[in-house]
Design a protein around this ligand. Structure first.
Ligand SMILES: CCCCCCCC(=O)SCCNC(=O)CCNC(=O)[C@H](O)C(C)(C)COP(=O)(O)OP(=O)(O)OC[C@H]1O[C@@H](n2cnc3c(N)ncnc32)[C@H](O)[C@@H]1OP(=O)(O)O
Length: 216
């Protein structure tokens, strides 16, 4: 999904000083350059194929040669957290991070955030359905956003509970919504719902706790 990381807001949260938790990142809509989106898209295709291809063994050998060559090309440019365009490219699905689901924000306002996207072959659990472990990833990310949109950017997830109501299909456009249900001092209680059209696939709730200045 696309959004700036919360760290930028952590700075604003304390009048320009870092305040607990997140280092000082900023959105990077441009600094990946004109090819970064295409690179991430190709890498996502590779992720799908890495978990689905069943070629002759020598094809894996040739693919491994190319993968090692690509890694060698990029390794000299490995940068510390917050410097890569990955996770900061707010115009790209999943902010350009391969860890994040390739979803896009569709709405962001205080108390409510929505997003849409697909689970891909890479996210397969079994029998055509998404792996149960990727749903908490989706909810955790959007819960961070809705907490941020509520004005509590320097918060971390204390707990997150997912109820799986129906199997989640792959390669089908789905929607997710997160809302703030209540707030109590440092605590923000949030909930979310994942939909396939009018069918509820999963719901979740979580407690986000605002960090103290000394907390990582
Ligand atoms: C904008 C960017 C947002 C990004 C968000 C991304 C979300 C993430 O994935 S963060 C990564 C996953 N989460 C973590 O790693 C968090 C690890 N845990 C921690 O750091 C700490 O346990 C932390 C900060 C959550 C709470 O620690 P601490 O501040 O010491 O809590 P503590 O003072 O004991 O509790 C604060 C309140 O929360 C409550 N609380 C804390 N944990 C829980 C819990 N698991 N269940 C229920 N209540 C809890 C306490 O009861 C207390 O309530 P009250 O004030 O009413 O007495």
């Amino acid at each position: 999904m696309t959004r700036a990381t919360g760290a930028d807001d952590a700075v604003r949260d304390d009048g320009g000083k870092r305040r607990g938790g997140f280092p000082m990142f900023s959105a990077a809509s441009e600094d990946g350059g004109p090819h970064f989106g295409r690179f991430v898209s190709a890498m996502r295709d590779l992720q799908d194929l890495a978990v689905s291809a069943a070629p002759d063994p020598e094809v894996f050998g040739a693919a491994a040669d190319k993968a090692e060559e690509l890694a060698a090309m990029l390794r000299p440019y490995a940068a510390e957290e917050g410097r890569s365009p990955a996770n900061r490219s707010i115009g790209l699905p999943g902010r350009g991070s391969l860890l994040m689901l390739p979803w896009m924000l569709t709405g962001l306002e205080p108390g409510r955030v929505t997003a849409a996207g697909v689970f891909r072959r890479y996210h397969l659990g079994g029998n055509g359905a998404a792996h149960g472990g990727v749903l908490p990833l989706l909810f955790d990310d959007i819960f961070g956003m809705v907490t941020h949109a509520q004005g509590q950017p320097v918060s971390r997830t204390a707990y997150l509970t997912v109820n799986y109501r129906n199997v989640t299909p792959l390669e089908k456009e789905l929607t997710v919504e997160a809302t703030v249900d209540s707030a109590d001092g440092r605590k923000t209680y949030v909930s979310g719902r994942l939909w396939d059209g009018g069918t509820l696939l999963a719901d979740a709730d979580a407690l986000m706790v605002r960090l103290q200045p000394w907390q990582p």
